[in-house]
Write a protein that binds this ligand. Structure first.
Ligand SMILES: *Cc1c(COP(=O)(O)O)cnc(C)c1O
Length: 369
């Protein structure tokens, strides 16, 4: 495991001494299905709207700190007041600020791993204790009673629905029970919400639970991971904290302009999302029919799969087929698991074809060419 230099270990804050240096190790591949991006080309009308919005944006002025135009658009879409919306430089910035504002020494965050690794990372930066309510090792489902019990003592809870990387959604009733039980704040990370069945979002609970925060991003369904834009919906006094703590210019003018154009064109994304959902079901069935491959049902744009020697399979996919998927086999609770983003039909067929060769015919034993 990589380490900071001795000198830096002595100079950084003590709780950061064991932090790993960022590893920019990145292999360009023909097909990248490792980061749950939307791999479809941006629909032409959206592309055109974004390009003209960017062209019309003056660059000499600082951005509007609260992204008010975008905020208004998001509020109208989600049926909340603009005071209930805060925009961030990707969902990650909002997650980080959530921990920075409400976490800290002596405080606890409840999570349900295996989940998004950034939660525990940001918690460690903010010196926040993490209480882990582990998912069932086989079904990957959350145990409702254990979650509600843990929430009763928590300053913060983060739930992910659909969850990355397991793919399941949490019932709205359970989220309501967690909100009722928790004396602190409950964030529901809906980064993949657009890919889930209708009626699964926690948003209707905002009206009756003033400790609920719902996180969204334009990085996944909206095919805009590169522009870095996410947002939270919550009670106005919670949004005031997000607004007060953030770097005021973190959402730059180009991001704001592109995001407004993308959100206004949101109807154009619907057929793309439908195609990804259909491809997800096709892939789940096809992967599941390869002997020795386990697939969990997913409501996101990705599938969690388990197979023998997953790490090796992933390396061979990369080296022999130029296909990149995410290796989770080192992660607790995810032994021999890979996460495969659902791509275009061509990309998905390439993955299927490769896995059929690597797994089904037992060719793993052979040496890598
Ligand atoms: C991708 C993702 C996010 C946010 O990503 P950004 O690109 O920073 O907006 C948040 N939560 C989960 C679970 C994700 O997978």
């Amino acid at each position: 495991m990589a380490q900071l230099s001795e000198r830096m270990r002595a100079l950084v804050q003590p709780h950061l001494a064991d932090i790993e240096p960022y590893d920019p190790n990145f292999t360009p591949t023909r097909i990248n299905l490792s980061a749950n991006e939307n791999t479809y080309p941006l629909p032409a009308p959206v592309h055109d709207a974004v390009v003209s919005a960017l062209a019309a944006t003056p660059l000499n002025r600082y951005p509007d700190p609260m992204s008010d135009e975008l905020r208004g658009e998001l509020a109208a879409w989600h049926g909340v007041a603009p005071e209930q919306v805060c925009v961030g430089n990707g969902g990650d910035e909002l997650l980080y600020n959530f921990l920075l504002a409400f976490g800290g020494a002596g405080r606890t965050l409840v999570t349900c791993p295996p989940d998004f690794s950034e939660y525990a990372f940001f918690a460690s930066l903010a010196q926040t204790d993490v209480v882990r309510v582990w998912r069932d090792a086989d079904t990957m489902r959350v145990d409702a009673a254990s979650l509600v019990e843990a929430a009763q003592q928590a300053h913060m809870v983060i739930l992910t629905s659909p969850n990355n990387p397991t793919g399941d959604v949490l019932e709205r009733d359970l989220i309501a029970r967690v909100c009722a039980a928790c004396p602190g704040l409950v964030m529901v990370d809906e980064a993949y919400g657009e890919f889930a069945d209708a009626g699964t979002t926690a948003e209707p609970l905002l009206a009756c639970h003033d400790n609920l925060v719902v996180l969204h991003t334009l990085s996944k369904a909206f095919g805009s991971a590169g522009i870095r834009c996410g947002y939270v919906l919550a009670a106005p006094d919670i949004i005031e904290v997000f607004a007060a703590i953030r770097q005021i210019y973190s959402v730059n003018v180009l991001t704001q302009a592109a995001a407004v154009a993308a959100v206004r064109s949101r109807a154009v994304f619907e057929p793309v999302v439908e195609t990804i959902r259909a491809e997800r079901e096709r892939m789940a069935a096809a992967l599941g029919s390869i002997p020795g491959v386990r697939v969990w049902p997913s409501q996101g744009n990705f599938l969690l799969v388990r197979m023998a020697e997953a790490s090796r399979v992933r390396a061979r996919l990369r080296d022999e087929y130029s296909i990149l998927v995410r290796d989770f086999s080192y992660a607790p609770g995810l032994a021999d698991c890979l996460r495969i983003t659902v791509g275009t039909p061509e990309e998905n067929n390439a993955v299927l074809h490769a896995l059929e060769q690597l797994v089904a015919y037992g060719s793993l034993g052979k040496e890598t060419r």
